[in-house]
Design a protein around this ligand. Structure first.
Ligand code: FBP
Length: 581
């Protein structure tokens, strides 16, 4: 029997989600005819994207190259309705806010006359034929809610012949006309390969750009992936609160690692929103070829300067992927990837302890020495754990802890050094301040914000963006298009809806020690307006306490329609509010 407390809790949780269900979501005009929902159709634009030139590419995509010709398609209103299509949808990879609205968009655009299946637990469920039919009424209940729990997700990469055969069996058994994959760069790479594989089966495969990391972007067509806006708003609220706490208690330095596997878009966006005292951008560190010691010195300088000014507190934002961008670590990781790939069988046959010794013998002296200096926890992650796409699992590497301990050591060395001088010319202290600096005590706390932001209820932008991406992906599937990714640009001016041939996004990269065709991650560009804005302001953020605490996501009210700051800056939008219609 349910207790009164349980009843109250359930009612409370329900009422929030029910309120969200009722929130209106704008529909772009290409999907409307006389006020009712109609699938869009597609026409070729004059834009032909270039494709990778390599034997591997020619061998991998003979069919899609001919079919798509690498031409971008644009969505146009259509009055022809498809019927009796059978379309399946799955989530792939980590969750991102707005996924449920994509499913809702797909289901609604397919209407009564077509069937839509949800595939449970991602690519794994596709191979296991774990499908169920989604009703129109069901999607009313998931509209605007966070999470991927309606279907579930996983990170399986479909790569072996037997896996592909299972996919084909599923397509045949359910008589599928299309599969829509909602995923990140690696999952959309998989979409291109699946589309090629199923090209003669009458089943199209369509991708939808998901990831809170924001590293799936296409110049002119896709300023950002979905989920980024909501996740960075959640993290910015948390960082804003911590900034306030640090300035209130005045005794701690908070080191906050921010999710984002490789690119630093999340850290950059949070920095632009909150103005922390210190923020690192991995791409800049790689470009300047900074060593770990130089990074540590740079952080320590700001801390020492502020200590001299009597401000013994602050916040340091650290991107999750930092370690992969530090040149000495990059070299070590590349070597490890190739050794672990080349000697996979031999390493697996060795007992635990001797694995490391074996790997050490295959590394260059500098890499081997670096590996030996690392704490066990970090060493183990670098040595053994990769996801099924061959990526290092950086979210599990405690970079923030490593930095805290190294910064503490650097601070105590610097305090005791005679005639300490700041490298940063804007940091100057008088004699009294130098004495204050030398007597201060460094206390730190570390955090990792990542999983907290991936399943929040989508911001109004993510809700609108994803719903229209769903309508677009559904329309592509109903039009028998294959090997495309749905994309929306012109976000402040109604929206421009296109289909991008996925093979045009592929380039060769080493994965598991072998060359592979993958979608290249979009990194923070040093010449981008967003990065420049950060760079122009960071010293004043370190010196003053001009931080911002943006508060929770605004679902209603004057600030509710804001886009990510880096999108507004990089796209040179004249307003910061989105408009999709
Ligand atoms: P996707 O690329 O699948 O969207 O996942 C992004 C991410 O949230 C990264 O930021 C993070 O490194 C990773 O997932 C964590 O993975 P997991 O959920 O497997 O722990």
């Amino acid at each position: 029997m349910i207790s009164i407390e349980e009843k109250t809790m359930t009612a409370y949780a329900k009422s929030f989600e029910q309120e969200l269900n009722l929130r209106p979501v704008p529909t772009c005009s290409v999907f409307l005819s006389d006020g009712s929902l109609k699938p869009a159709s597609f026409q070729e634009t004059p834009i032909q994207l270039s494709a990778s030139k390599s034997d591997l590419f020619d061998k991998s995509f003979p069919k899609l190259s001919i079919r798509s010709k690498n031409v971008v398609l644009e969505a146009v209103p259509s009055f022809v309705e498809s019927t009796n299509k059978r379309i399946a949808v799955l989530f792939s990879g980590g969750p991102a806010p707005g996924g449920h609205n994509i499913v809702a968009g797909i289901r609604r655009i397919c209407g009564e006359l077509n069937t839509v299946f949800g595939i449970k637990s991602g690519p794994k469920g596709l191979m296991a034929k774990d499908l169920f039919e989604i009703s129109l009424s069901e999607v009313d209940e998931i509209l605007n809610t966070g999470g991927f729990d309606f279907l579930g997700s996983d990170r399986t990469k479909i790569k072996s012949d037997s896996q592909y055969k299972r996919v084909k069996d599923c397509v045949k058994e359910f008589n599928l006309d299309a599969i829509i994959v909602i995923g990140g760069d690696d999952s959309n790479t998989n979409v291109a390969f699946m589309a090629e594989f199923l090209a003669d089966e009458g089943c199209s495969v369509i991708g939808v750009p998901k990831t809170i990391d924001g590293d799936l972007q296409i110049d002119n067509y896709l300023p950002i992936s979905f989920g980024f806006d909501t996740a960075t708003k959640v993290y910015s609220e948390l960082v804003g609160n911590i900034l306030k706490d640090s300035a209130s208690s005045q005794k701690y330095w908070h080191f906050v690692k921010m999710m984002g596997r490789s690119a630093s878009h999340v850290a950059l966006e949070v920095a632009l929103k909150t103005h922390p005292h210190i923020a690192l951008i991995s791409e800049e560190i790689a470009e300047k070829e900074m060593s770990l010691d130089q990074i540590v010195s740079q952080i320590a300088e700001s801390i020492l300067y502020r200590a001299g000014k009597g401000k013994n507190f602050g916040v340091v934002v650290i991107p999750e992927g930092l370690i992969e961008f530090i040149p000495e670590f990059r070299a070590l990781i590349d070597e490890l990837n190739s050794v672990l790939g080349k000697y996979k069988v031999e390493i697996a046959a060795l007992p635990g302890k001797s694995r490391e010794s074996f790997v050490q013998t295959k590394l260059r002296v500098s890499s081997s020495q670096l590996l030996k200096t690392l704490p066990e926890a970090i060493k183990n992650k670098l040595l053994y754990e990769r996801d099924s796409h061959g990526n290092l699992q950086v979210s599990q590497i405690p970079t923030e802890e490593l930095l805290v301990s190294m910064v503490a050591k650097k601070i105590s060395e610097s305090k005791s050094a005679d005639g300490f001088e700041f490298e940063e010319k804007q940091f100057t202290l008088n004699e009294n301040e130098l004495k204050t600096m030398q007597s201060f005590k460094f206390a730190s706390i570390h955090h990792f914000f990542g999983y907290e932001g991936r399943c929040g209820a989508p911001s109004p932008f993510d809700a609108a963006f994803t719903y229209n991406l769903g309508l677009l992906a559904g329309s592509l599937a109903l039009s028998d298009k294959t090997g495309y990714m749905a994309a929306i640009s012109n976000l402040t001016d109604g929206g421009y809806l296109t289909a991008i041939p996925l093979i045009s996004l592929l380039s060769e990269e080493m994965r598991d020690g072998e060359p592979r065709l993958v979608i290249e991650k979009a990194l923070v560009k040093m010449e981008s307006p967003a990065f420049k804005s950060f760079k122009d302001n960071r010293i004043s953020w370190a010196k003053q306490d001009g931080f911002i605490s943006p508060g929770p996501i605004q679902f209603w009210g004057p600030l509710s329609k804001t886009l990510p700051e880096l999108v507004v800056l990089n796209e040179d939008y004249k307003t910061s509010s989105f408009s999709l219609k």
